[in-house]
Design a protein around this ligand. Structure first.
Ligand code: ADP
Ligand code: MG
Length: 268
């Protein structure tokens, strides 16, 4: 059940982007991508193909060498950090697990883009923080330290921090990689809810092919620093394309009830 991409102009437009890290041979090249408002994009690809680099370019942490990442038709790097933080929330691959903060304090950090130089928690900030914690079921953990949470609880606490930013765009880098199966499903269902109920534009890097793509409207397949294939799940997510990017033969099974296709790597 993919969210329909609307005909409105894309909220994010990546135009002919090139990027390289100083002191590293890796190059991201010829990246063209559009994120329509309310779309749900999943980025797949082998380790080292450039997925995290691309998502860091999408949230403005990295700036392209050439080409542009545009937000609402303006270059993203011209936005102030505050303005970016009000629009885009990013959950990175390695959020720290041993911060000396409570869940409440962590989620309140999501309000920084709305506060002055000396952070002052207004009634509206506090209300938003509670709403965010309740949305992902961590309100009962509000006084717990981050280091005292299970992997699933910690991931939900970070998700609450992202929600407290009240973003239009939510970017996630392998958000489910440390979660068990039930928590992975729960996480992607939460993302689906944000996408459907708030028309939040979502981009997630993932290795959970079958779970992450369940609710997606756009798939991006990366290989060697380029987008090898992109499109809707029906056209981009094929046995041949997956074989090409992962160099692994895939077994495709179709659910007779729903027609949904599932992909499994074949083992020799
Ligand atoms: P993926 O997320 O698909 O595994 P990355 O975007 O993290 O890939 O990395 C792509 C390439 O860029 C890798 O070869 C990696 O070593 C290199 N790289 C990643 N981050 C940095 C960095 N901060 N400085 C230098 N090279 C980096
Ligand atoms: Mg990565």
């Amino acid at each position: 059940m993919a969210t329909e991409a609307t005909s409105l102009s894309p909220v994010v437009h990546v135009k002919n982007v090139q990027f390289h890290y100083p002191r590293d041979g890796f190059v991201l090249r010829d990246i063209n991508l559009q994120l329509p408002p309310g779309s749900f994009t999943v980025i797949l690809g082998p380790n080292g193909s450039g997925k995290s680099t691309l998502i860091r370019l999408l949230c403005g942490l990295l700036v392209p060498d050439a080409g542009a990442v545009e937000l609402d038709s303006l270059p993203l790097h011209t936005f102030s950090a505050r303005r970016r933080g009000r629009t885009i929330a990013f959950l990175s691959q390695n959020e720290p697990g041993h911060l000396p903060y409570s869940v409440f304090d962590l989620v309140m950090m999501g309000r920084f883009p709305y506060q002055g130089f000396w952070p002052f928690d207004s009634q509206s900030d506090i209300r938003t923080v509670y709403q965010a914690m309740e949305r992902v079921s961590v309100a009962h953990l509000k006084n717990r330290y981050i280091s005292e949470l299970s992997g699933g609880e910690r991931q939900r606490a970070y998700l609450a921090r992202a929600l407290a930013q009240t973003p239009r765009i939510l970017l996630l880098d392998e958000p489910a990689s440390n979660l068990d199966l039930a928590h992975q499903i729960e996480l992607y269902q939460l993302l689906h809810q944000f996408n459907c109920e708030e028309q939040m534009t979502i981009v997630t890097v993932s290795h959970e092919i079958n779970l992450a793509t369940r609710y997606s409207s756009q798939i991006v397949l990366m290989k060697d620093g380029t987008i090898a294939h992109a499109g809707n799940p029906q056209s981009a997510l094929t046995e041949t394309n997956l074989d090409e990017i992962y160099q692994v033969k895939m077994l495709v099974i179709e659910d007779p009830e729903t027609g949904q296709q599932y992909f499994f790597p074949k083992m020799k």
